[in-house]
Ligand binder design. Sequence first.
Ligand code: FPP
Length: 224
Amino acid sequence: MNPLTHVAIIMDGNGRWGLKYKNSRNAGHKAGLKTVEKIIRETLKNKIRFLTLFAFSTENWKRPKKEIHYLFNLLENFLINRIDELHKKNIKLKILGSKRFSPKLNKLLSYSEKKTFGNNKLQINLALNYGSKLELIEAFKKINRNKNKISEQNLERYLQTKDIPDPDILIRTGNTKRLSNFLLWQIAYSEIFFEKKLWPAFTEKDFKKIIIEYKKIKRNFGKI
Ligand code: FPP
Protein backbone atom coordinates (compact mmCIF):
# COMPACT_ATOMS: atom_id res chain seq x y z
CA MET A 1 0.00 0.00 0.00
CA ASN A 2 1.31 3.42 -0.97
CA PRO A 3 2.18 5.82 1.83
CA LEU A 4 0.25 9.08 1.64
CA THR A 5 1.96 12.27 2.76
CA HIS A 6 0.65 15.05 0.55
CA VAL A 7 -2.68 15.76 -1.17
CA ALA A 8 -3.05 18.78 -3.46
CA ILE A 9 -6.46 19.97 -4.65
CA ILE A 10 -7.71 22.24 -7.42
CA MET A 11 -11.07 23.18 -5.92
CA ASP A 12 -12.98 23.89 -9.11
CA GLY A 13 -16.68 24.36 -9.64
CA ASN A 14 -17.82 26.83 -6.97
CA GLY A 15 -19.20 29.31 -9.48
CA ARG A 16 -21.19 26.72 -11.45
CA TRP A 17 -22.57 25.15 -8.24
CA GLY A 18 -23.59 28.55 -6.88
CA LEU A 19 -25.35 29.54 -10.11
CA LYS A 20 -27.15 26.22 -10.37
CA TYR A 21 -28.44 25.98 -6.81
CA LYS A 22 -28.45 29.54 -5.42
CA ASN A 23 -28.41 31.74 -8.49
CA SER A 24 -25.16 33.33 -7.29
CA ARG A 25 -21.51 32.45 -7.95
CA ASN A 26 -20.55 33.86 -4.57
CA ALA A 27 -22.94 31.48 -2.79
CA GLY A 28 -20.88 28.76 -4.45
CA HIS A 29 -17.68 30.12 -2.90
CA LYS A 30 -19.35 30.20 0.50
CA ALA A 31 -20.40 26.57 0.10
CA GLY A 32 -16.90 25.78 -1.17
CA LEU A 33 -15.45 26.96 2.10
CA LYS A 34 -17.64 24.44 3.94
CA THR A 35 -16.11 21.71 1.79
CA VAL A 36 -12.63 23.03 2.69
CA GLU A 37 -13.46 22.58 6.37
CA LYS A 38 -14.77 19.04 5.78
CA ILE A 39 -11.69 18.04 3.83
CA ILE A 40 -9.35 19.47 6.48
CA ARG A 41 -11.11 17.26 9.08
CA GLU A 42 -10.83 14.23 6.82
CA THR A 43 -7.15 14.95 6.14
CA LEU A 44 -6.47 15.00 9.89
CA LYS A 45 -8.43 11.76 10.35
CA ASN A 46 -6.31 10.07 7.71
CA LYS A 47 -3.07 11.40 9.26
CA ILE A 48 -1.98 13.09 6.03
CA ARG A 49 0.85 15.55 6.72
CA PHE A 50 0.39 18.05 3.87
CA LEU A 51 -2.71 19.48 2.19
CA THR A 52 -2.27 22.04 -0.59
CA LEU A 53 -5.34 23.98 -1.71
CA PHE A 54 -5.49 26.15 -4.83
CA ALA A 55 -7.67 29.04 -3.69
CA PHE A 56 -6.70 31.87 -6.07
CA SER A 57 -4.49 31.85 -9.16
CA THR A 58 -2.48 34.66 -10.71
CA GLU A 59 -5.06 34.49 -13.53
CA ASN A 60 -8.07 34.85 -11.20
CA TRP A 61 -7.48 38.64 -11.03
CA LYS A 62 -9.30 38.76 -14.38
CA ARG A 63 -12.60 38.00 -12.57
CA PRO A 64 -15.13 40.74 -11.72
CA LYS A 65 -13.94 42.91 -8.81
CA LYS A 66 -17.05 42.05 -6.79
CA GLU A 67 -16.29 38.32 -6.89
CA ILE A 68 -12.63 38.88 -5.97
CA HIS A 69 -13.68 41.06 -3.08
CA TYR A 70 -16.14 38.42 -1.89
CA LEU A 71 -13.51 35.68 -2.02
CA PHE A 72 -10.96 37.66 -0.02
CA ASN A 73 -13.61 38.66 2.50
CA LEU A 74 -14.46 35.00 2.94
CA LEU A 75 -10.82 34.20 3.53
CA GLU A 76 -10.39 37.08 6.00
CA ASN A 77 -13.38 35.94 8.05
CA PHE A 78 -12.21 32.35 7.92
CA LEU A 79 -8.82 33.29 9.33
CA ILE A 80 -10.23 35.64 11.96
CA ASN A 81 -12.69 32.99 13.17
CA ARG A 82 -10.67 29.83 12.72
CA ILE A 83 -6.96 30.46 13.15
CA ASP A 84 -7.00 29.79 16.92
CA GLU A 85 -8.79 26.51 16.34
CA LEU A 86 -6.33 25.49 13.59
CA HIS A 87 -3.48 26.37 15.94
CA LYS A 88 -4.97 24.28 18.77
CA LYS A 89 -5.25 21.37 16.36
CA ASN A 90 -1.49 21.67 15.72
CA ILE A 91 -2.01 22.77 12.11
CA LYS A 92 0.56 24.91 10.34
CA LEU A 93 -0.61 27.34 7.67
CA LYS A 94 1.68 28.32 4.82
CA ILE A 95 0.86 30.65 1.95
CA LEU A 96 2.15 29.81 -1.54
CA GLY A 97 2.11 32.70 -4.00
CA SER A 98 2.86 36.36 -3.51
CA LYS A 99 1.02 38.26 -0.84
CA ARG A 100 -0.18 41.24 -2.82
CA PHE A 101 -3.56 41.78 -1.24
CA SER A 102 -5.09 44.49 0.92
CA PRO A 103 -2.86 45.56 3.85
CA LYS A 104 -5.41 43.98 6.21
CA LEU A 105 -5.36 40.59 4.46
CA ASN A 106 -1.57 40.65 4.04
CA LYS A 107 -1.20 41.25 7.76
CA LEU A 108 -3.69 38.55 8.66
CA LEU A 109 -1.94 36.02 6.42
CA SER A 110 1.49 36.82 7.90
CA TYR A 111 0.06 36.68 11.43
CA SER A 112 -1.55 33.28 10.75
CA GLU A 113 1.66 31.89 9.29
CA LYS A 114 3.74 33.14 12.19
CA LYS A 115 1.31 31.93 14.84
CA THR A 116 1.16 28.39 13.45
CA PHE A 117 4.78 28.16 12.28
CA GLY A 118 5.88 25.60 14.87
CA ASN A 119 2.94 23.23 14.37
CA ASN A 120 3.53 19.83 12.86
CA LYS A 121 0.44 17.66 12.70
CA LEU A 122 -0.82 18.93 9.36
CA GLN A 123 0.59 21.64 7.09
CA ILE A 124 -2.00 23.41 4.97
CA ASN A 125 -0.47 25.21 2.01
CA LEU A 126 -2.92 27.75 0.72
CA ALA A 127 -2.06 28.77 -2.83
CA LEU A 128 -3.16 32.39 -3.24
CA ASN A 129 -2.14 34.58 -6.11
CA TYR A 130 -0.09 31.56 -7.13
CA GLY A 131 1.05 30.53 -10.60
CA SER A 132 3.47 27.71 -11.29
CA LYS A 133 5.17 29.32 -14.31
CA LEU A 134 5.94 32.46 -12.30
CA GLU A 135 7.24 30.34 -9.43
CA LEU A 136 9.61 28.53 -11.83
CA ILE A 137 10.82 31.74 -13.45
CA GLU A 138 11.55 33.25 -10.03
CA ALA A 139 13.46 30.11 -9.02
CA PHE A 140 15.59 30.18 -12.19
CA LYS A 141 16.32 33.87 -11.62
CA LYS A 142 17.59 33.05 -8.12
CA ILE A 143 19.79 30.25 -9.49
CA ASN A 144 21.22 32.72 -11.96
CA ARG A 145 21.72 35.50 -9.40
CA ASN A 146 23.54 33.13 -7.04
CA LYS A 147 25.56 31.63 -9.91
CA ASN A 148 24.34 28.14 -8.97
CA LYS A 149 24.48 25.24 -11.36
CA ILE A 150 21.10 24.42 -12.92
CA SER A 151 20.04 21.13 -11.35
CA GLU A 152 16.84 19.61 -9.97
CA GLN A 153 18.13 20.00 -6.44
CA ASN A 154 19.09 23.64 -6.85
CA LEU A 155 15.81 24.51 -8.53
CA GLU A 156 13.81 22.89 -5.74
CA ARG A 157 15.73 24.91 -3.17
CA TYR A 158 14.25 28.06 -4.67
CA LEU A 159 10.69 26.90 -5.25
CA GLN A 160 8.06 28.10 -2.81
CA THR A 161 7.46 24.44 -1.98
CA LYS A 162 10.99 24.03 -0.62
CA ASP A 163 10.87 21.50 2.25
CA ILE A 164 7.43 20.27 1.16
CA PRO A 165 7.40 16.78 -0.37
CA ASP A 166 5.83 16.54 -3.83
CA PRO A 167 2.10 15.75 -3.85
CA ASP A 168 1.27 12.05 -3.93
CA ILE A 169 -2.24 12.86 -5.11
CA LEU A 170 -3.61 15.75 -7.15
CA ILE A 171 -7.39 16.07 -7.18
CA ARG A 172 -9.27 18.41 -9.50
CA THR A 173 -13.00 18.67 -8.99
CA GLY A 174 -15.44 20.32 -11.39
CA ASN A 175 -15.40 17.94 -14.35
CA THR A 176 -12.51 19.65 -16.15
CA LYS A 177 -9.26 17.94 -17.08
CA ARG A 178 -6.59 20.59 -16.92
CA LEU A 179 -3.84 21.67 -14.54
CA SER A 180 -4.37 25.46 -14.66
CA ASN A 181 -0.74 26.43 -13.92
CA PHE A 182 -0.73 24.61 -10.57
CA LEU A 183 2.44 22.97 -9.18
CA LEU A 184 3.61 21.94 -12.67
CA TRP A 185 7.09 20.90 -11.48
CA GLN A 186 5.93 19.27 -8.26
CA ILE A 187 3.29 16.97 -9.78
CA ALA A 188 5.70 15.20 -12.14
CA TYR A 189 4.91 11.85 -10.48
CA SER A 190 1.63 12.60 -8.70
CA GLU A 191 -1.38 10.38 -9.18
CA ILE A 192 -4.05 12.60 -10.73
CA PHE A 193 -7.76 12.24 -10.00
CA PHE A 194 -10.25 14.23 -12.06
CA GLU A 195 -13.54 14.34 -10.18
CA LYS A 196 -16.81 15.10 -11.93
CA LYS A 197 -18.47 16.69 -8.90
CA LEU A 198 -18.27 20.44 -8.37
CA TRP A 199 -16.21 21.43 -5.31
CA PRO A 200 -19.14 22.35 -3.01
CA ALA A 201 -20.67 18.92 -3.71
CA PHE A 202 -17.43 17.02 -2.99
CA THR A 203 -17.76 14.99 0.22
CA GLU A 204 -15.59 13.23 2.79
CA LYS A 205 -16.77 9.97 1.20
CA ASP A 206 -15.48 11.06 -2.24
CA PHE A 207 -12.16 12.02 -0.69
CA LYS A 208 -11.89 8.70 1.13
CA LYS A 209 -12.69 6.81 -2.09
CA ILE A 210 -9.80 8.55 -3.87
CA ILE A 211 -7.44 7.71 -1.00
CA ILE A 212 -8.42 4.03 -1.13
CA GLU A 213 -7.96 3.95 -4.91
CA TYR A 214 -4.59 5.73 -4.63
CA LYS A 215 -3.32 3.25 -2.06
CA LYS A 216 -3.86 0.39 -4.51
CA ILE A 217 -1.98 1.99 -7.44
CA LYS A 218 1.40 0.55 -8.39
CA ARG A 219 3.63 3.63 -8.43
CA ASN A 220 6.71 3.08 -10.57
CA PHE A 221 8.43 6.48 -10.68
CA GLY A 222 9.85 5.53 -14.08
CA LYS A 223 10.98 2.06 -13.00
CA ILE A 224 9.15 -1.17 -13.91
C1 FPP B 1 -12.76 27.69 -8.41
O1 FPP B 1 -14.13 27.64 -8.74
C2 FPP B 1 -12.61 28.18 -7.07
C3 FPP B 1 -11.98 29.34 -6.72
C4 FPP B 1 -11.36 30.24 -7.69
C5 FPP B 1 -11.92 29.76 -5.31
C6 FPP B 1 -11.68 28.68 -4.31
C7 FPP B 1 -12.24 29.16 -3.04
C8 FPP B 1 -12.89 28.41 -2.13
C9 FPP B 1 -13.00 26.94 -2.21
C10 FPP B 1 -13.56 29.04 -0.97
C11 FPP B 1 -12.69 29.89 -0.20
C12 FPP B 1 -11.55 29.17 0.37
C13 FPP B 1 -10.84 29.68 1.36
C14 FPP B 1 -9.67 28.91 1.87
C15 FPP B 1 -11.21 30.95 1.97
P1 FPP B 1 -14.67 28.55 -9.92
O2 FPP B 1 -15.19 29.80 -9.31
O3 FPP B 1 -13.62 28.71 -10.96
O4 FPP B 1 -15.86 27.67 -10.43
P2 FPP B 1 -16.40 27.57 -11.91
O5 FPP B 1 -15.38 26.79 -12.70
O6 FPP B 1 -17.67 26.80 -11.72
O7 FPP B 1 -16.61 28.97 -12.42
